[in-house]
Write a protein that binds this ligand. Structure first.
Ligand code: X8Z
Ligand code: ZN
Length: 634
């Protein structure tokens, strides 16, 4: 039986109701998809949960399913905390020893996850299992990001590879001929600030020297993970990842294509304008006006966020804009003050303050004396109140936004911590990434004036400048957010061998982003490895989804807040009604299929690009005017 706890916020048309039931049915049925009979996997040295139902068990019943899930949840919770603490220590102190310890804890946890996934499949044919238990059995089976083969030695090997690549990325440095060695943060500053193509090129190539040694490790990791996924009944790891969206995995790429198709004209218009401006800056020999843009000229190490080249592409005639980085620096903000400002935003919406331990245990500033993983992350170590962020904060607008992003994760984690273990997560992984980004959209000039950071709010003639800045972050990001996993899915499906990894990467960079490598790539290049989420094994489609969702969330919250002006001027700061609506969705965790949770906040059952398109509509008209007479496309 479906446990029908439909939200009552919105009245639905009969069509929407029918669609909702359809979605529910898909969610219930999908557990039966793709399953092949599974062999019983013997337990390794890890203690088993008390209820062990396998395919060999002759009498799995709905009652045993309930017991099995409860026992699995409590064991995973205990083991997960251990692995999480190890991972925390490792990424805060990268040494040979912590690498080993993190790999060991991860191995134990993954092995148990895999065993439970296999045991969960023993209930596939059992009828009469209640909705939540069925949903959780499905999560146990398909929710492992990096499944390992059941062979203990292979599980260990896989965990070691993961820890090793994480360390290689975290410790990565490039040493110039004069002996000066720079880390990612410093190389990124060059990418952001320099306008000297030679200097940019050297920093760009320099960072990519860290990744060739990862290529064979990565290839082996893929091999092992695919073996693990196959044992669990999936054709490969890509199919397993695509199974986490409350719809048949084969339908998910079509959803992405649909969304990309909706936003592509806006991206194309931005690309065209930016390419023309870069041509003016650097000359059309370096930036040919009919081809992809060289990737080192876009202000970011991966050309995923172009906001740092705003001064090069800014609208000339419109009202003056403001420079948030300069304001933060002038007002003597330090890392803590930036995080406190982010916290205050959430407090203004009615969220409880962060616990004392957050301030004691988080890492806010890059330590000088050791290697750490600087890539920003949010943690919930005990799944209750031990919230933390880990970030090497710089005093600039980009990190101010990232702080809100990370805090969004923390507030989400705290909102669902009352749920049972398997329901502690976001509706789909894009939701988790979208919460803080939604709040960032409320960092408007009015808000900055409200908190004393801006004296004067630019009038409406400055809107194009504002929108341009936002587009250089959010619209420029979209094709990158999409292509990373397009690459990975093809690699997982065996469509490229290690020698072909890099060519495939650049083929997709060109296809989606219209960017190209600034020079010939060395034969051993492994440029995907120079992006954190590849060695870190973090799925990336979530960020594409988040870009779409954050505007849907923002639109809904602004409506609750009674906003009547344009969406780009709306800030929900201080609005308790909007905060309560947001929290109501966050509290649901993963307990319901994501369309239900999306509906609870927005009244919509589908991810939809109209919010982002409406938001940027004035900029699109402006770009179209600018691009008149230009040859667009690549
Ligand atoms: O990795 C992140 C966050 C942590 S979940 C800082 N982001 C992606 C990236 O940096 O590539 C946020 C935007 C996209
Ligand atoms: Zn995130």
């Amino acid at each position: 039986m479906v446990r029908a706890s439909f939200p009552t916020i919105n009245r639905l048309s009969p069509e929407l109701n029918a669609y909702r039931i359809h979605i529910m049915n898909i969610a219930l049925k999908r557990v039966f998809l793709l399953l092949t009979p599974l062999a019983f996997v013997a337990c390794n040295q890890i203690d088993s949960v008390s209820i062990s139902i396998s395919a060999e068990d002759s009498s799995p019943t709905p009652e045993k399913a309930v017991e099995f899930v409860a026992a699995a949840e409590s064991q995973l919770e205990a083991m997960g905390q251990e692995a999480e603490l190890m991972a925390w220590v490792y990424s805060n102190f990268i040494t040979q020893d912590t690498e080993k310890l993190a790999a060991l804890a991860n191995k134990k946890f993954t092995a148990r996850q895999v065993e439970l996934a296999v045991e969960a499949a023993g209930f596939n044919d059992v009828e009469g299992i209640d909705y939540d238990t069925r949903r959780k059995l499905d999560m146990l089976r398909s929710g492992i990001v990096m499944p390992a083969p059941s062979d203990a030695a292979k599980t260990a090997e896989q965990s070691e590879i993961g820890a090793k690549m994480g360390g290689m990325y975290g410790k990565g440095k490039y040493c110039y001929a004069n002996g000066e060695c720079l880390e990612l943060g410093e190389l990124s500053d060059i990418m952001a600030e320099s306008r000297d193509p030679a200097e940019l090129l050297q920093a760009w190539n320099g960072w990519r020297t860290i990744s060739p040694p990862m290529r064979d490790l990565y290839a082996r990791q893929v091999e092992l993970a695919n073996e693990g996924a196959t044992e669990l009944g999936f054709s490969d790891l890509g199919t397993m990842w695509r199974s986490a969206y409350d719809m048949p995995p084969e339908d998910f790429p079509g959803e992405l294509d649909r969304l990309w198709g909706e936003v592509k004209p806006l991206y194309d218009a931005l690309h065209c304008h930016v390419r023309a401006k870069l041509g003016e800056q650097y000359g059309t020999d370096l930036v040919p006006q009919d081809g992809p843009i060289p990737a080192h000229l876009l202000g970011n190490m991966w050309a995923q966020d172009w906001s740092n080249i705003y001064p090069l592409v800014a609208p000339e005639q419109t009202a003056r804009s403001y420079d948030l980085s300069a304001i933060l620096q002038e007002q003597d903000f330090d890392a803590i003050k930036m995080v406190k400002t982010g916290e205050a935003f959430f407090s203004s919406l009615g969220f409880a303050e962060l616990p004392e331990t957050f301030w004691e245990r988080s890492l806010f500033v890059k330590p000088q004396d050791r290697d750490v993983v600087c890539h920003a992350s949010a943690w919930d170590v005990d799944e209750k109140e031990d919230l933390r962020i880990k970030m090497c904060i710089k005093i600039n607008a980009e990190d101010f936004k990232t702080i809100h992003h990370e805090l969004g994760h923390n507030y989400y984690q705290r909102a669902y911590n009352q749920k049972s273990y398997l329901y502690r997560g976001s509706a789909n992984d894009g939701f988790h990434e979208a919460v803080g980004d939604t709040i960032s959209l409320s960092i408007t000039p009015e808000y900055l004036q409200n908190i004393g950071l801006l004296d004067e709010v630019p009038d409406a003639s400055g809107d194009i400048s504002l929108l341009m800045k936002r587009a250089l972050e959010g619209i420029a990001f979209l094709p990158f957010g999409l292509m990373v996993d397009q690459w990975r899915w093809q690699v997982f499906a065996g469509e490229a061998d290690p020698e072909g990894y890099n060519d495939l990467w650049w083929k997709l960079r060109k296809k989606y982003q219209g960017v190209k490598a600034p020079n010939e790539r060395p034969a051993d290049a492994f440029d995907p490895g120079a992006k954190y989420h590849i060695p870190g094994n973090t799925p990336y489609t979530r960020y594409f989804l988040a870009r779409i969702l954050q505007f849907q969330f923002h639109r809904a919250l602004c409506n609750f807040a009674g906003n009547e002006g344009p969406m780009h001027r709306c800030s929900i700061y201080g609005n308790k009604e909007a905060g309560a609506r947001l929290n109501a969705m966050l509290k649901m965790g993963r307990s319901q299929p994501w369309p239900m949770e999306l509906e609870a906040l927005t009244g919509q059952l589908t991810m939809d690009a109209t919010a982002i398109l409406d938001y940027f509509a004035p900029l699109k008209s402006w770009l179209d005017e600018q691009n008149e007479g230009r040859q667009c496309g690549w």
